[in-house]
Ligand binder design. Structure first.
Ligand code: P1T
Length: 381
């Protein structure tokens, strides 16, 4: 089945008892048992709920994977993967990550004796040099949050395979419509489903997909043991959002392309970060591994400073200032003080997240209105 059809139909069929086209929402914490341990596949909703099963199946199908797991946040999903490690294990990680992921690695897992090496993932030799005998996991984001760097997933997968390392790709910025890391050799795909999968800024959720039965067993164990699982209503909302993912992503990509071109040609803009621009260093790799360059655009003003960014951000009307991304509405953010504030300034600057960097989540409004909003905000800077 084609992706667009999967978006609409993945995970469920009309409900057999009533014929309901949409799956019912199972508001239950527990399930009756005929005898101790004898039940119909569900015993307690932390371990499983039919509304979650439908969503997990749908997400797995969209990523071309066998096993799907949903969590009460993207960070819950990241934590579930990290809990497969033991003290003494080592992780090679991309140096441009969502601030919350970096914080969890450095402030929660490092003190439990897990080592991290943060690298740019820009060449085979750099990745090979970072690998240690104790390396168990490689964690990448692509495109990255917030500087939209692109990592060659296939290259990472080949290296990881050779060393027996599990490759995890945070696919939040691309969504399963634009990029499928499992098909490129990754072992686990991670999503903040809060973003494009949910699509309407009305829920917080995370997801993992894997084709590996053994890994899936460990992930399921951690999911049910830790219990960061989403409730049935959120699962329903996420499923409903996913049914229009293909339509939304098309509009996000189209609008973001126009926004990037507009910013590039504006005299007050110094630098535009968007993988769809031919001058973007990761453009060729993005063109190879993505089916569209995404809906996120970051940029810096000529007078690149926190004050100027702040002025621009208070001038926009349609692009509202808020954390998060991937919803139908356009958002603008200031990574240095918002999403990436927990990263030490010198690390942030070394990774290209300047004090003046502005990040846009380009929504699905009319592109003309969006460009007009940006234009007037820039004129008043
Ligand atoms: O917010 P949560 O659903 O827990 O997801 C965490 C997360 C993980 N990975 C990436 C790439 C992310 O962007 C996020 C969350 N990001 C934001 C809230 C943000 O504004 O960037």
């Amino acid at each position: 089945m084609k992706k667009s059809t999967l978006c609409v139909h993945a995970g469920h069929e009309p409900e057999p008892v009533t014929g309901a086209v949409m799956p019912p929402v199972f508001f239950t914490s527990t399930y009756v048992q005929q005898a101790p341990g004898e039940h119909q596949g569900y015993d307690y909703s932390r371990a499983g709920n039919p509304s979650r099963t439908v969503l997990e199946k749908a997400m797995a199908e969209l990523e071309g994977g066998k096993h799907g797991f949903c969590f009460s946040s993207g960070m819950g999903a990241v934590d579930c993967v990290l809990k497969t490690l033991s003290t003494g294990d080592h992780v090679v990680a991309m140096n441009d990550l969502y601030g919350g992921t970096y914080r969890l690695f450095r402030q929660s897992y490092e003190k439990l004796g897990i080592g991290f090496s943060f690298i740019s993932c820009s060449s085979a030799s750099e990745i090979e040099a970072a690998i240690q005998p104790s390396t168990r996991l490689m964690w990448i984001e692509t495109p990255t949050n917030p500087t939209l760097k692109v990592v060659d997933i296939e290259l990472c997968a080949q290296i990881c395979q050779r060393h027996g390392i599990v490759l995890v790709v945070d696919n939040t910025f691309a969504s399963p419509m634009l990029q499928n890391p499992l098909a490129l050799g990754a072992n686990i795909v991670m999503h903040s489903m809060t973003k494009y999968l949910g699509g309407h800024s009305d829920l917080i959720m995370g997801g993992l997909v894997s084709n590996d039965d053994k890994l899936a067993e460990a992930l399921f164990f951690n999911q049910k043991s830790t219990g960061a699982t989403p409730g049935p209503m959120d699962c329903y909302l996420a499923l409903r959002g996913m049914k229009t993912l293909h339509l939304r992503m098309k509009a996000h990509v189209e609008n973001a392309g126009q926004v990037a071109q507009f910013l590039l040609s504006h005299p007050k803009v110094a630098k535009v970060y968007y993988p769809g621009l031919s001058e973007h260093p990761g453009h060729q790799i993005a063109a190879k591994q993505m089916k569209g360059f995404g809906g996120m655009v970051s940029f810096e003003l000529k007078n690149n400073s926190e004050q100027m960014a702040s002025m621009f951000l208070s001038n926009t009307r349609l692009f509202v200032l808020a954390e998060s991304l991937g919803g139908v509405e356009s958002l603008a953010s200031h990574p240095a003080s918002m999403t990436h504030a927990s990263i030490p300034r010198e690390v942030r600057l070394a990774n290209g997240i300047s004090d003046g960097l502005i990040r846009l989540s380009v929504g699905v409004e009319d592109a003309e209105d969006l460009l007009e909003d940006l234009n007037s905000a820039l004129e008043n800077c």
